[in-house]
Write a protein that binds this ligand. Structure first.
Ligand SMILES: Cc1ncc(COP(=O)(O)O)c(C=O)c1O
Length: 367
């Protein structure tokens, strides 16, 4: 039996104890539409290329400290300079590293709300103060209000996730320029879903050293299981963020997979179009299901509000009766009765439509 926890817990920061953990209750399901992953596995011939590459490497050696070829390939891919690229064990690690080198006790982070919950948790872990700025009723970004709040609160960091998880809404064109011009904060643009739509802040990198853009290979490129993300920033800022990450944070298997993904980028990026086509057809058909409000999305997931049946009930029935696992996001006050559905294969989306049709009534034409 473990001893009483009180003594140990007394030494954990109150700001951390006050936060809910980032957890995921993910029961096994036939159709997994809860984590915004790619519906398409990494192609077998590319897996083989990765396997061959790692079989040739010595595993008793650490991976490269700064993998020059990968940094150069990423710089080329994103049209930025290699000295301004940092790689991470998923982009989450680089959110953490960036906040760890910027935030001191009480420093303010401003972010739209609702958004990815990790920003709030990591801010609390770093001892910072998190100030959410609500999205509007349609979940669009209120750019003026973001600037106003950031200035009122003397925000040190603004985190913008576009397209935004879990709403799918994207920042309007020109918004990041306006926020850079209107505030003095470091702007972290988390573009985990930008491959699927909405403007990118990458072209702004030559214009500001207060911009950090995060990208990931977890979503569009189908490598969530290997954990690879990157940060793009001014080289001097990137050097400082690097101090907040652990050495050898990306293992040699992941580096090999990243090399292969970059070498075959056209094969992988062609699949993005497939996902967005499936998404657009799905959204059209969802809109015909009675009792649902469907929010516009630029990402590989769709947020819906259930007007006639409690979201929790719909979530449970989708899983139990149809083997479809989606994300129940209804605990957040702004998202009451909302579910987030990742875009899967055509068959997955057909199954969702059929299930919703059966539960909520009324016929929806087939595709
Ligand atoms: C907004 C956002 N950023 C980052 C991530 C995580 O990306 P990675 O797998 O690169 O750590 C996610 C994953 O769900 C996300 O939704």
């Amino acid at each position: 039996m473990p001893p009483h926890a009180a003594e140990g817990l007394a030494l954990i920061k109150a700001s951390v104890r006050g936060q809910p953990a980032y957890t995921l209750d993910a029961p096994a399901a036939r159709r997994k539409l809860n984590q915004n992953e790619s519906p398409f596995d990494f192609p077998p011939e590319l897996k083989q290329e990765v396997a061959d590459a790692i079989a040739r490497q010595p595993w008793q050696r650490y991976p490269e400290f700064a993998p020059a070829d990968v940094l150069a390939a990423l710089a080329k891919h994103y049209d930025w300079v290699a000295e301004g690229v940092l790689v991470g064990n998923g982009s989450n690690e680089l959110i953490q590293a960036t906040l760890s080198v910027t935030l001191g006790s009480g420093d303010v982070v401003v972010a739209p709300s609702p958004t990815f919950s990790l920003y709030r948790l990591l801010t609390a872990v770093m001892g910072g103060h998190y100030v959410p700025v609500p999205l509007d009723e349609q979940f669009d970004f209120d750019v003026d209000r973001l600037i106003e709040v950031a200035n009122q609160q003397r925000a040190r960091v603004i985190v913008l996730n576009s397209p935004n998880n879990p709403t799918g809404s994207a920042l309007p064109e020109g918004a990041v320029q306006r926020i850079l011009a209107g505030t003095e904060a470091l702007i972290i643009c988390d573009e985990a879903y930008q491959d699927f739509g909405g403007p990118s802040a990458v072209p702004l990198l030559p214009h500001s050293s207060r911009l950090v853009v995060l990208r990931t290979f977890s979503k569009a490129l189908g490598l969530a299981g290997l954990r690879f993300g990157l940060a793009l920033a001014h080289p001097a800022v990137a050097r400082e963020i690097a101090k907040g990450k652990l050495p050898y944070n990306v293992n040699l298997v992941t580096l090999a997979a990243a090399r292969t993904a970059l070498r075959h980028a056209p094969v992988l990026t062609a699949r993005i179009r497939q996902v967005t086509d499936i998404r657009d057809r799905f959204v059209e058909r969802l809109a015909l299901v009675p009792g649902l409000t469907v929010y516009p999305t630029a990402a590989n997931f769709v947020l819906v509000r259930c007007r006639s049946v409690p979201a929790k009930e719909l979530f449970r029935r989708l899983l139990d009766e149809f083997g479809i696992l989606v994300r129940d996001v209804s605990a957040s006050p702004q998202l009451s009765e909302c579910l987030r559905i990742s875009v899967g294969t055509e068959e997955d989306m057909d199954a969702v439509i059929i299930a919703l049709q059966q539960m909520l009534g009324q016929h929806v034409p087939s595709r």
